[in-house]
Design a binder for this molecule. Sequence first.
Ligand SMILES: O=C(O)Cc1cc(O)ccc1O
Ligand SMILES: [Fe+2]
Length: 443
Amino acid sequence: MASLKYMAGFGNEFSSEDPSCPGSLPKGQNNPQICPYGLYAEQLSGSAFTCPRYNNKRSWFYRIVPSVLHKPFNSIPQGNLSYNWDEINPDPNQLRWLPFKIHKASEKMVDFVTGLHTLCGAGDVRSRNGLAIHIYACNTSMENKSFYNSDGDFLLVPQKGNLLITTEFGKMLVEPNEICVIQQGMHFSVQVFEETRGYILEIFASHFELPDLGPIGANGLANPRDFKVPVAWYENRKVPTGFTVISKFQGKLFAAQQAFSPFNVVAWHGNYTPYKYNLQDFMVINSVSFDHADPSIFTVLTAKSTRPGVAIADFVIFPPRWGVADNTFRPPYYHRNCMSEFMGLIKGHYEAKEEGFLPGGGSLHSIMTPHGPDAECFEKASKADLKPERVADKTMAFMFESSFNMTVTKWGLETCNCLDKNYSKCWQPLKNNFNPNWKPNAK
Ligand SMILES: O=C(O)Cc1cc(O)ccc1O
Ligand SMILES: [Fe+2]
């Protein structure tokens, strides 16, 4: 793949012209009476017109024909995509999934859209508050087909296989260990090269932001300059057989036909864009004295709710780092949380569960459901020689942490057929080590 160009920065005011059409971006105004090259101007709003400046988001497209030039939308089947949280009873148990299955192309051709499976979620796409977690598993590229989400933003976490994503803003190649965000309303089409799988965090209310750094200072965690935004790229391609534009609207899929490619934006400017980020660029901060810090120190992106400090969802990673804390049980502590924790594994092993939690699988520890290291991890870490050591080398686990109380879909509990029925057994060997005769200075 010839290397693609990107612009750097998080939420900047970007401008980009396809190099074949210099001057295609109108100078000094958004709506000239006639746009350069005979293009149409079109605004994509990502926030209410009246939002305060710090979170007002919009971009301007200069495109060959406007998006409105399509035939009417009709309802289409939506496979395992669901926003019905009452399909099945809620389940407070600790849940773990073996790697989610991907069809072989020889069995069944599945593209990114037909390969969307909703695992869990909460809230409502109509009142626009909440989230959904989906698994994508596909083996075929979207041909003459694009998708946009009217309901919210997608954060994509590829686990297997590269995604070449064509968007109205240009192209992005997103590889496992990178993530990308495609925000509400942005048309995109996904090309894949093998059996491909990953995780999606969808939020309905707000957009993702970088977390505040507080006393950390001006630098660290995910630095704004490491976010990459595509450069303008267009095709003036007629599709007489019909190009299918799919909209996810109120949780349902609709398709409209048009006679041309929607990737017809010659130039654009604005601060409402898709973007990608390489998780290797994360600057890790952690305890260098004692005790296990809360995982919020590993937050890459946050989608804030209106309650101060409470996220609709945080995207948190557990990246390779040094463990140096003295006199400390270094793995995660046992805990019960007022937030829901969905975890996935991109590669390697997760420190609290060396066995059983596999790349491409997942786990859900719901609100107030107790969890923590498995018995094997407890035994090992309680006796470990506390030398400085690499933690999570060649590993990347992540967590979608949410203040919403999510329910699992029928697909997640039954149809996917990869729920690990033995998960809770990993804690059963935990022993009662209580010694009532213990003395403070005894060895
Ligand atoms: O449950 C988990 O494995 C995630 C997690 C990790 C950690 O280091 C502290 C708290 C927490 O929920
Ligand atoms: Fe946890």
